[in-house]
Design a protein around this ligand. Structure first.
Ligand code: NAD
Length: 343
């Protein structure tokens, strides 16, 4: 007998293995069943992870057997699945991007609020050890109030073989990677309310952009510059590293290659190397991302059990998705777009 919360994982594709490895480590929860439209995928992964049940239809959540659902499908399916979970009164953790556009994200949040069903976005970058440590340094006051940030994600990892739907995704780079950077910018620098953005399609034959460069105006007066690209060729590849700098009024933290934070304060400099967690199921180059998955899931379960708000609730994440929407509108119009322009 166990009093763990019982979860249903929906979507047994590329990234779901990381979810299942993660759930196996989370205190207070277990996955009781998996589900995929392709039931043979659900069966195969259930057997790999010794999960007792598998299904081909998400309506199984109506059976009353589950305390939460973990939605690991692509964004086009999210609104329908959240509505099903809300109707069944089951809390949700759902992969990013929450929805394909801001209007959909707003509807998802509305569904969640009207049903009184908590929804958390699985936004795992802020749960990377490096960014948790960086947040601690900022909270300690060591570099003072933040004034400028730069976050840079540039590599040429072949995302197209493992996630072929990305070739045809019209809102591609900002929704796939930009969302993580926008969330990180909010996590590290505070909320923002205006964006300028330029998009590029560097690789031929893509439906959307594979490189974006943008500037955020934060409500506290600070500025973050973000540049992201899947068409940036370096040896060795920098995937999946986010590099950059955070400047405060009294010091600076550089985010350097290979998970090093270089802290400049009080005329001194020190390096902090952030080691990975050493899990036996993680593998290079995905380690940092994989390590962040169980931490994200544990935050969901702990918050659920204690009735606390999720850091990345659907409601909170509307701020992130509004920035993404503003970025697309800025790229189209060539202008700075603020939240007021989205009304
Ligand atoms: P995928 O296409 O490989 O898998 C999705 C699976 O969901 C498919 O097997 C599909 O059959 C199934 N599915 C779709 N609709 C369904 C429904 N209504 N009911 C049941 N099953 C359904 O996708 P993926 O690459 O695993 O990505 C899933 C999500 O994870 C995406 O939103 C992606 O952006 C996200 N992702 C996040 C990270 C991260 O670091 N946070 C990394 C990679 C992918």
């Amino acid at each position: 007998m166990t009093d763990s919360l019982k979860g249903l994982l929906i979507g047994c594709g590329f990234f779901s293995r990381n979810h299942l490895h993660g759930w196996a480590e989370v205190d207070g929860a277990e996955i009781a069943a998996v589900c995929d439209l392709d039931v043979s995928k659900a069966q195969a992964i259930a057997q790999d992870f010794s999960i007792p049940a598998w299904h081909g239809d998400a309506s199984v959540m109506n059976a009353g057997d589950f305390d939460f659902v973990d939605i690991c499908t692509t964004m086009d399916t999210h609104e329908t699945l959240v509505a099903q979970a809300a109707a069944a009164e089951i809390p949700v953790i759902i992969q990013k991007p929450l929805g394909p556009d801001f209007a959909t994200c707003r509807r998802i949040d509305q569904i969640s609020r009207e049903a009184g069903i908590p929804v958390m976005v699985h936004e795992n970058f802020r749960f990377q050890k490096l960014f948790l440590r960086l947040r601690d340094i900022l909270d300690s006051g060591e570099i003072g109030e933040t004034s400028f940030g730069r976050l840079s994600w540039r590599n040429d990892i072949d995302v197209y073989t493992s996630q072929p739907y990305l070739l045809k995704t019209e809102r591609f780079m900002i929704m796939d990677v930009g969302i993580h950077m926008l969330d990180l910018a909010r996590f590290l620098m505070g909320d923002a309310d205006a964006v300028t953005c330029l998009n590029q399609s560097v690789k031929e034959g893509l439906a959307g952009e594979d490189a974006s460069t943008f500037l955020l105006r934060h409500k506290n007066g600070s500025v973050t510059a973000i540049d992201i690209s899947y068409a940036s060729h370096r040896t060795p590849s920098l995937f999946p590293q986010t590099l950059g700098v955070i400047e405060g009024r009294g010091g600076t933290v550089q985010i350097l290659e290979n998970e090093v934070l270089r802290v400049h304060s009080g005329g001194n400099i020190r390096d902090e190397k952030i080691e990975d967690d050493g899990r036996d199921w993680t593998s290079s180059p995905w380690t940092q991302i994989q390590d962040s998955v169980p931490r994200t899931q544990q935050h969901f379960i702990d918050s659920l059990c204690h009735g606390r708000a999720f850091q990345t609730s659907a409601e909170d994440s509307l701020q992130t998705y509004a920035l993404a929407e503003a970025a697309y509108r800025s790229a189209e119009s060539g202008r700075l777009v603020s939240f007021d322009d989205l009304e």
